[in-house]
Structure formats: structure tokens, C-alpha cells
Ligand binder design. Structure first.
Ligand SMILES: Nc1nc2c(c(=O)[nH]1)N[C@H]1C(S)=C(S)[C@@H](COP(=O)(O)O)O[C@H]1N2
Ligand SMILES: [Mo]
Length: 457
């Protein structure tokens, strides 16, 4: 970096500035326009308070803004940690994040139910680096809560159009040849709140039903072969979970025999209970609901099963009134995670615009970034690795001149598909959808430095 650059400081988003009372009201009555405006106003008010409190937090780049460091106590005084003995090894047998990072949490969103029967906690994308989501911050979506299941008593049954139906213990599965692969998982309802206009304030709530891990498991194709799948008749499989929801999803046989895994590993250790311990289905590129957690049964059949989660839920109401069922693939999408809604740019100068891009159809080939609401675009750097059906990190330099700006990212995948603008998506999908909103996200930077979730027509 050249010395002529000044380094911009970013005040991070106040994560829990929306009161529990407001969330309760929204959950009781739903999210109408009045409430959406109210949310936006209370969000702005909360952001204002933080702005007034000034530079209290600072950051690692602060030194660059003080050419003569005289008088900065942070550099002149010998702190206690430099003059005393530290904690012993294995003080925390399972390591935890620094207490200074306590604000980085999974959080429930305003406007969505907070019931145990249907819960969502969102990943704080604004605070993460690279492409891997720390396991403790992986988003959670449960239809009937989660349990910490004893792996010793858990079983996986494979039945239906197979020569030999079989029951596997977790130990049986873990003896088989395994693979490890990095993939994103995105709930079909990610960005659902924003179909009707910008609704939620920060990237945690607009895009945080998205995580990415290295998963380890046995290919489902190997298990199906092991049971003697009847390839002439088999057209679909049904995957079923062991939770109270008995969550079930149909998966076409081509996918089941392709890259689907029965996984026990996540980021080098066993799955977390919230994410399906001891085993879950990994269906790369497919919407989250197909990634059945606490997997207990795979049935091989010759027709789609039309279960509750694929006939009344996870369907897309199209503009002509028809309903689109069995949407499997998460289309190409991207979002800028910094600067993003709720953050505040504390001064003019250099910023690294960074974000994530992904496609359920393969690799990301390009991400363009605009700082003027889509009139001009520049191609961002894709950081390695760029993997199929995996998050890709992009970065691009930006000098902020202190004037209002609208930041957008637009991803392109290896099929040539270009992430659509919101109005392009609405033209095809109408306005009554809940699921599968992969539109370009816009963040407006005000001259005050505050960043807001906006949509431009
Ligand atoms: N058995 C079971 N599997 C499930 C669910 C569930 O409630 N029960 N939720 C599904 C949905 S809708 C999503 S988006 C993903 C979420 O996975 P995660 O909680 O690990 O993020 O799991 C899917 N698998
Ligand atoms: Mo989901």
C-alpha cells in the first residue's frame, strides 16, 4: 500500500439494536409497510447513537492515521500482559474466541418467528473473513428444535428400490472410504424478507442464512451401491430426519448418485448438534432444506414424494398464480459484507470492499462491483481457492470521497449466468415469492458514513 492512501475506519454494526419488544410485535403481526418503515427508522436512530459516541473503538489501522505516535498510551505504556505470567496451556481445553469478540454472534432476526417450532439464527457475515464459517457461527434453521443425539443409538436405514435394505450404525458409516469437500449451504428463504423492499438492516439478516464448511462423509452413491440400488427403476430418493419434524425431502436420483454426501465431519471435527450431529445429508448447491439433519432414513423410489416440506412449504408462487415446486438449486448470488448495512465509515479515504459470491451450479468466474448504483462496474479480485458450489471471497480497492454512494456486487458463474438486478428478478418471479431471492444487493453509503439497506428501481 502506498503512503498516499489514508486508511478508512469502519464502525461495526450495532448488532442487537432492535428491541425485543419490537421483535415481539413484528412476530405477532407480521411485517407490513408501516412496520418496515418503523424498523428502518429505529435502525437509523440506533446507528446515530453509535455515530455520536465517536471513535471509541478505533481499530488496528488507527496508527496509520497518527504519523507521529507521541502521546499514544497504547504504544508507550507497558501493559500488564507484557510484564506478567500468562494463563497455562489447556486452561480452556476446547478453545473459545477472545472475550473481546463477544459481539460476534448468531442472532435471530426481527420479523421472523422466534418459536422453537420454527427457529432461525443468522450467521454474522459482516464479521467473518475468508470463506469458512466458524462452526459455532454456522447459521441454524430448525423445524422442531435441535437435540444432542447419542451417536451410539443413532441409525441410518436405506430401503425402497434396493436389493438389500440395510441399517448402518454411525461406526459402520465412519469405516467407509470418506471424502472432504468445501461447500456453502444457503436456506432457500435467505433474503426472503427483502422481496417486498429493503426490510432488515444488516447483512447478517439479509444474507446470514448462508454458511460454508469443509464437510467430511461418505458419498451417498457408495451406500446406494452397497444396498444394491435398482438403477432401472430408481428415479428419486427421500431423505428423512430423526427430529420431531421428521423433515423429509425428495432428491432426484442423478443428484443422489452425484456429489451428495452422508456427512459426519464439519471443519475437521464432528458436526455440531445444531447442524445435524451425528450425521446429515450434504447436497452441494441445493437449497438448505434438502440437507437433511439427524439423517435416519433414505428411501429409494420411482416418483417424487410430495411431502409437506415440498408441497406446502418451500414452493415459489409465480406471477401467473402457478406454483413452482422442487426448486433444488441455489442460483448464482453475491453480497458485499463490508461496507454493509449498519456499519459506519468514520472518515474518507481507502476502504477494502469485500464480499462473498456463490453458485449452486459450479464455480464463480467473475464478480463485478459498482459504487454508483450499477452505472459503472469494475471487476473484483477473486481470492483463492475458487471452488465449485463453495463460497468465493472477492475484494476490491475503493477510495471513498465522502459523497453518497451505492455499493453493489454482481456475480457470474461458470454457466455464464449473471446475477440479476432486483427488478429483473421481479419481472420473472413477481412479488409474492418467499424463497430464492438472489437479486443484487444495494448498500447506500450516506455522506455521514452510515450504510443502509436500499433497493433501486
Ligand atoms: N431434520 C431436519 N433437517 C433439516 C432441517 C430441520 O428442521 N430438520 N432444516 C432444514 C433447513 S430448512 C435448512 S435451511 C438447513 C439448515 O441447516 P443448518 O441448521 O445446519 O444451518 O437444514 C435443513 N435440514
Ligand atoms: Mo431452509
Amino acid at each position: 500500500m502506498s503512503n498516499s492512501r489514508s486508511y478508512g475506519r469502519i464502525q461495526s454494526a450495532p448488532e442487537n439494536f432492535i428491541s425485543d419488544e419490537l421483535i415481539a410485535e413484528i412476530n405477532a403481526d407480521g411485517l407490513n409497510d408501516t412496520r418496515r418503515n418503523f424498523l428502518r427508522r429505529s435502525f437509523a436512530a440506533a446507528a446515530g447513537v453509535v455515530a455520536a459516541s465517536g471513535l471509541a473503538t478505533g481499530n488496528a489501522n488507527a496508527a496509520a492515521d497518527h504519523p507521529g505516535l507521541d502521546g499514544d498510551p497504547a504504544i508507550l505504556k507497558l501493559p500488564k500482559h507484557s510484564t506478567s505470567l500468562g494463563n497455562p496451556v489447556a486452561h480452556t481445553p476446547y478453545g473459545m474466541p477472545s472475550r473481546h469478540e463477544a459481539n460476534l454472534q448468531r442472532r435471530e432476526s426481527p420479523g421472523l418467528t422466534k418459536k422453537r417450532e420454527s427457529g432461525v439464527a443468522f450467521t454474522p457475515l459482516q464479521g467473518l473473513f475468508g470463506i469458512i464459517t466458524p462452526s459455532g457461527l454456522h447459521f441454524e434453521r430448525h423445524h422442531a428444535g435441535w437435540h444432542d443425539i447419542d451417536p451410539a443409538s443413532h441409525r441410518l436405514m436405506i430401503n425402497g428400490l434396493v436389493a438389500n435394505a440395510k441399517v448402518y450404525t454411525v461406526g459402520d458409516l465412519m469405516r467407509l472410504p470418506s471424502v472432504s469437500r468445501m461447500h456453502f449451504i444457503e436456506c432457500g428463504a435467505n433474503t426472503a424478507m427483502d422481496w417486498g423492499g429493503p426490510a432488515v438492516p444488516s447483512v447478517q439478516y439479509t444474507h446470514g442464512m448462508l454458511s460454508c464448511s469443509e464437510f467430511t462423509g461418505v458419498p451417498l452413491s457408495l451406500l446406494l451401491e452397497d444396498c444394491g440400488i435398482d438403477k432401472s427403476k430408481a428415479k428419486f430418493v427421500l431423505a428423512e430426519g430423526a427430529d420431531g419434524a421428521s423433515l423429509t425431502r425428495t432428491i432426484p436420483i442423478e443428484r443422489a448418485l452425484d456429489d451428495v454426501l452422508v456427512a459426519w465431519g464439519m471443519n475437521g471435527e464432528m458436526l455440531r448438534p445444531e447442524n445435524g450431529y451425528p450425521i446429515r445429508l450434504v447436497v452441494p448447491g441445493a437449497q438448505g432444506v434438502s440437507w437433511v439433519k439427524w439423517l435416519r432414513r433414505i428411501e429409494v423410489g420411482d416418483a417424487p414424494y410430495a411431502t409437506r416440506e415440498e408441497s406446502t412449504q418451500y414452493i415459489d408462487l409465480m406471477p401467473d398464480g402457478s406454483v413452482r415446486q422442487y426448486t433444488l438449486i441455489q442460483e448464482c448470488k453475491s453480497v458485499i459484507t463490508t461496507p454493509s448495512g449498519g456499519q459506519i465509515l468514520m472518515d474518507k479515504g481507502f476502504y477494502n470492499i469485500t464480499g462473498l459470491a456463490w453458485s449452486g451450479r459450479g464455480k464463480i468466474t467473475r464478480v463485478d462491483v459498482s459504487v454508483d448504483g450499477g452505472r459503472n462496474w469494475k471487476t473484483a479480485r477473486l481470492e483463492s481457492p475458487v471452488l465449485s458450489k463453495c463460497l468465493t471471497r472477492f475484494n476490491i480497492d475503493w477510495q471513498w470521497d465522502g459523497k453518497p454512494a451505492i455499493l453493489q456486487s454482481r456475480a457470474i458463474d461458470e454457466t455464464g449466468y449473471v446475477q440479476p438486478r432486483m427488478q429483473e428478478l421481479r419481472a420473472v418471479r413477481g412479488t409474492r415469492s418467499v424463497y430464492h431471492n438472489n437479486a443484487i444487493q444495494s448498500w447506500r453509503v450516506e455522506s455521514s458514513g452510515e450504510v443502509f439497506n436500499v433497493q433501486i428501481s
